[in-house]
Design a protein around this ligand. Structure first.
Ligand code: NAD
Length: 285
């Protein structure tokens, strides 16, 4: 099977490498990033029009719409498009429907696992689209990740991703606030961890990715808050959640506050740091 891979940045490059490792013939295109060894370079988007599968790993819905405008009408009728970018649900649905109307297949398949998951082929894919297209995409997911969950129709993958990250953003802030309060109350951080990690306040943020240095399993807090999952990417996902919520006519209060806090953090020194670095930032406030 031939693959056209578009968007060879921090995530796309290791994902494309793993496809090559699994024996797929990959041709790559990026506006600026270098094409990794083993991937055949394309000089233009149109050079990818005859590929059987298109995989995109782009920054946002605008970039995906631009790429789709450039290539969609030239694709072969039974091509399959797998979009692994994290983008807004509305653009996903619009582009997915245009592809189906052109006779192609489409799945939205955003990932969890970050740069290390992309490098180790241990990503989790959250997938929206027809069952038949999910089945066609499965061999690629197997080459790039360890798990793929079929969440429903087109847009369900992006929906799952932003619903998950809404919880993650809010619980990370709450976890950091509880460490800050514990400090002020004179409660030892290790004791707080020992209690909370086995009590009803436990969460992935506390148990698996503890934001306090030297507490719990190894995490970005133990490496000067080098990401990990960067604060600006958390902000991006919270904005996508709020956009999707607005389209549904609701304003979820925790998500809104989490978005405001991450926006303030990113503008005031959080850019380029892990999203758990909000703990020392809250402490300084
Ligand atoms: P990145 O900025 O490193 O890479 C994006 C690449 O897309 C860049 O190389 C850019 O030149 C290219 N690009 C942009 N517009 C283009 C166009 N019109 N045509 C061709 N190429 C174009 O970003 P990344 O960290 O690789 O993230 C990619 C996606 O994965 C994002 O949607 C992000 O939210 C999501 N994601 C990232 C992580 C992470 O930890 N980095 C984790 C999960 C999900």
């Amino acid at each position: 099977m031939t693959i056209g891979f578009i968007g060879l940045g921090a995530m796309g490059t290791p994902m494309a490498r793993n496809l090559v490792k699994a024996g797929f013939a990959v041709t790559g295109f990026d506006l600026t990033a270098p094409i990794p060894d083993g991937v055949a370079p394309a000089d233009s988007l149109m050079e990818l029009a005859d590929q059987e599968t298109i995989i995109t790993m782009l920054p946002d819905g605008k970039a995906l719409a631009q790429v789709a405008d450039g290539i969609l009408s030239a694709l072969t009728a039974d091509a399959l498009w797998i979009d692994c970018s994290t983008i807004d649900v509305a653009t996903t649905r619009k582009i997915g429907e245009s592809l189906l109307a052109n006779g192609c297949g489409y799945v939205d398949a955003p990932v969890s696992g970050g740069i290390s998951g992309a490098a180790n082929a241990s990503l989790t894919f959250m997938v929206g689209g027809a069952a038949a297209d999910f089945a066609r995409a499965r061999p690629y997911f197997d080459a790039m990740g360890q798990k793929a969950v079929h969440c429903g129709g087109i847009g369900a993958g992006q929906s799952a991703k932003i619903c998950n990250n809404l919880i993650l953003g809010a619980t990370m802030i709450a976890t950091c606030e509880s460490f800050d309060l514990a400090d002020r109350l004179g409660l030892d951080r290790q004791k707080l961890f020992d209690v909370v990690s086995t009590s009803s306040g436990y969460s992935w943020s506390m148990n698996a990715y503890c934001p306090a240095t030297g507490i719990g399993p190894d995490s970005p807090a133990d490496h000067d808050y080098k990401p990990g999952f960067a604060a600006e990417l958390m902000l991006k996902d919270l904005r996508l959640a709020m956009e999707a919520a607005a389209d549904c006519g609701i304003t979820p209060a925790m998500a809104q506050r989490a978005q405001e806090i991450y926006a303030e953090f990113v503008e005031n020194g959080g850019q380029g740091k892990d999203f758990s670095a909000i703990l020392p930032w809250i402490k300084r406030a």
